[in-house]
Design a protein around this ligand. Structure first.
Ligand code: ATP
Ligand code: MG
Ligand code: MG
Length: 348
């Protein structure tokens, strides 16, 4: 069978490897850090940095197609990889999603709604941004933020100096605070020949900036549900995307507002492991391997709970619960804020 190269060896790479293995495919992980969770289940691991040209070339030569579990792949590394093997999802998806402003420009260019936003680089541009966007708002670094890191809230203009200091000089964006009733996400997929399929939207609750639970089905009326998958399909098609994408949405009385997109399998799609015959990981592997998409229709309602830090101490109790499926990532140390695993509780 073919070999899938995966950039990044975290839990997403691990679950992609398991899915690939089930389809008779091999995986090769490229990861700078030692002892990656995915390394425990993949067929091969390269431990090297993205500046190591020789390692990148050898990795690419050993695989048939390259995908990734995180979006911050350096451009120079991508140039090398792309010259040797197809990288899926493609370049455009990475270019758009690596920077919050590029991403919002792209989304608004498609006619989709985002929070009001303005670029911030210094005190002067922050003052301008506060004029155009207003308060309350959230100042976020344009690049590299995840799990709510690199964000500072500006509830009133007097919080501005502290927020700017929190960015530590990184190029940033001020977003107007969206007064949402709840948050949902759509996990969409697009195959190499352009077929699109979306999983049912899930409802997400965050705690301390980190996803806590995803509940399926989300509270959406029929037209919101339809709109959410149509807009996900619009994004996938516009990027000529191949693979699975997460689209995070705010639900408001004025309609659905796109928070951000992630060009990869997504934490809020983990419920599909117990809720669907074909889960997001298999769907992604199918797409990047050039297979047709699978039937991801939902046959059960699920509540996914992330196990973060010492939440894993509850595993002994969770093992006793009926209808719950435990997924642990094989990480040695339970640090605060670290995603250690998740539980999928099947509701019916
Ligand atoms: P992820 O781990 O999902 O990549 P992230 O660090 O990129 O997270 P965001 O998704 O931008 O962060 O924000 C995290 C959470 O903070 C959101 O899910 C939402 O609850 C809240 N939030 C972010 N931006 C806004 C906004 N403009 N208005 C209101 N709430 C917001
Ligand atoms: Mg994000
Ligand atoms: Mg997010």
């Amino acid at each position: 069978g073919a070999t899938i190269g995966i950039l990044g060896g975290g839990q997403l790479g691990r679950m992609l490897s398991v899915a690939a293995s089930r389809l008779g495919l091999k995986t090769h992980i490229f990861e700078p850090g030692a002892n990656p969770p995915a390394g425990q289940v993949a067929d091969a691991v390269t431990t090297a940095g993205y500046e190591d040209e020789a390692a990148l070339k050898a990795f690419a030569a050993s695989v048939d197609v390259i995908t990734y579990e995180f979006e911050n792949i350096p451009t120079a590394a991508l140039d090398i990889l792309e010259s040797l093997r197809p990288v899926r999802p493609g370049r455009e998806a990475l270019r758009v999603s690596q920077d919050r402003i590029t991403e919002k420009d792209f989304l608004t260019g498609l006619g989709l709604k985002t929070a009001p936003y303005a670029a911030v680089d210094d005190k002067v541009s922050l003052d301008d941004a506060l004029q155009s966007v207003g308060t309350p708002g959230i100042l976020k670094t344009r690049r590299f933020g995840y799990d709510g890191k690199g964000q500072s809230r500006i509830m009133a203009p007097e919080d501005a100096d502290k927020a700017l200091a929190d960015m530590a000089g990184a190029p940033s964006v001020l977003e107007g605070f969206v007064n949402f009733s709840h948050e949902v996400s759509v996990i969409g997929a697009r195959s190499a020949d352009g077929q699109v399929a979306c999983f049912d939207p899930g409802e997400n609750v965050h705690r301390n900036g980190i996803l806590h639970t995803t509940t399926i089905p989300a509270r959406l009326n029929i037209s919101q549900r339809t709109e959410s998958v149509i807009l996900a399909g619009q994004i996938l098609n516009a990027l000529d995307y191949v693979g699975v994408m997460g689209v995070e949405l705010f639900v408001t009385p004025e309609g659905l507002i796109v928070n951000e997109i992630a060009p990869r399998v997504h934490n809020s799609g983990h419920w599909t492991q117990q809720g669907c015959t074909v889960d997001q990981f298999e769907q992604h592997i199918r797409a990047v391997a050039g297979w047709p998409l699978g039937d991801g229709s939902r046959y059960a309602d699920v509540v996914m709970e992330n196990l973060i830090g010492d939440d894993v101490d509850r595993i002994p109790q969770i093992t006793m619960e009926p209808c719950s499926s435990i997924h642990l990532y094989g990480k040695a140390e339970a640090k605060p804020g670290r995603k250690m695993g998740h539980v999928n509780r099947v509701v019916k």
